[in-house]
Design a binder for this molecule. Structure first.
Ligand code: NDP
Ligand code: 8X3
Length: 251
């Protein structure tokens, strides 16, 4: 059986990926900070699909902790066929001159540095085995910038650049590198961005049908399940009612 490592699996897109990859009979290595939620979902998915699941509580911003958690894994759990670098967040939506620098640190440390720390540990095994697939979750915010999106957009542009760079560096080792870049998906993303303000978060999705986490997870599964000679470099998927980062057809 193959193993998929999904970061940010306790919610939203990562959670939906866990379900789909379990359905497809992958063993799951799941990571996020909220370990209780991971445990609960692992029990459910194990009962439903009979796959093996290992959960790790880790903050990807913490390089030493990421390394410790990885080093303590049993050897068989370090054989990763697919890495989905999904853990990420946005914090705040202010113009650059009013931004909270602690928010900037959290976004850069999670979306960029966290992705790098995890990839640095997983990629050498793929390189040795000359096989593997890294799927980075980017965003429409990695293709365009929008008012007050400044640092979040910069982190997702960095993910876009890193995806291209990884693809070049890992090419000799038959390792696929892809990115999946969604537009608006209704998850906990906006609740996190607006620091628990549920009402403000809900308004983001008023008047149109956003993508669901399951829509994005199905796209990720499509990318992951192409034949060996096919790589999807970049998959940008949007709600039908969204033409660009800021242009919506709201009813
Ligand atoms: P959610 O907030 O629902 O899920 C985010 C996940 O990331 C959670 O499981 C969270 O777990 C985890 N996470 C956040 N910070 C850390 C951290 N420091 N260490 C480990 N895990 C962390 O949002 P989404 O599912 O929407 O987001 C998933 C990805 O998709 C992100 O990279 C996001 O930028 C991207 N994206 C989202 C879009 C959207 O509109 N929703 C559109 C485009 C891209 P925990 O809190 O337990 O650590
Ligand atoms: C999340 C999508 O455009 O709301 O990456 O920032 S956006």
């Amino acid at each position: 059986m193959k193993t998929v490592f999904i970061t940010g699996a306790s919610s939203g897109i990562g959670f939906a990926c866990a379900e789909i990859f379990a359905r497809e009979k992958f063993n799951l290595l799941l990571a996020s900070r909220r370990i209780d939620r991971l445990h609960a979902m692992a029990t459910d998915l194990q009962n439903k699909y009979g796959v093996q699941i290992r959960t790790v509580g880790v903050d990807v911003q913490d390089k030493a902790l990421v390394e410790k958690v990885w080093n303590e894994l049993p050897e068989e759990w370090k054989v990763i066929d697919i890495l989905i670098n999904n853990a990420g967040l946005s914090q705040g939506l202010e113009p650059i001159h009013e931004g909270d620098t602690a928010d900037w640190d959290r976004m850069i440390d999670t979306n960029v540095k966290g992705l790098l720390y995890v990839s640095r540990l997983v990629a050498p095994g793929m390189q040795e085995r000359k096989s593997g697939h890294i799927i980075n979750i980017g965003s429409i915010a990695g293709k365009e910038v929008y008012p007050n999106g400044n640092v979040y957009c910069a982190t997702k542009h960095a993910v876009d650049a890193l995806t291209k760079a990884m693809r070049i560096d890992l090419l000799p080792y038959h390792i696929k590198v892809s990115s999946v870049d969604p537009g608006a998906v209704e998850t906990e993303f906006s609740i996190v961005r607006f620091k628990g303000d549920q009402e403000r978060a809900k308004k983001v999705y008023d008047g149109f049908d956003p993508l669901t986490a399951a829509d994005v997870a199905e796209a990720i599964w499509f990318v992951a399940s192409r034949p060996a000679h096919v790589n999807v470099n970049d998959l940008l998927l949007m709600p039908t009612a969204q033409a660009s980062a800021t242009i919506f057809n709201k009813q």
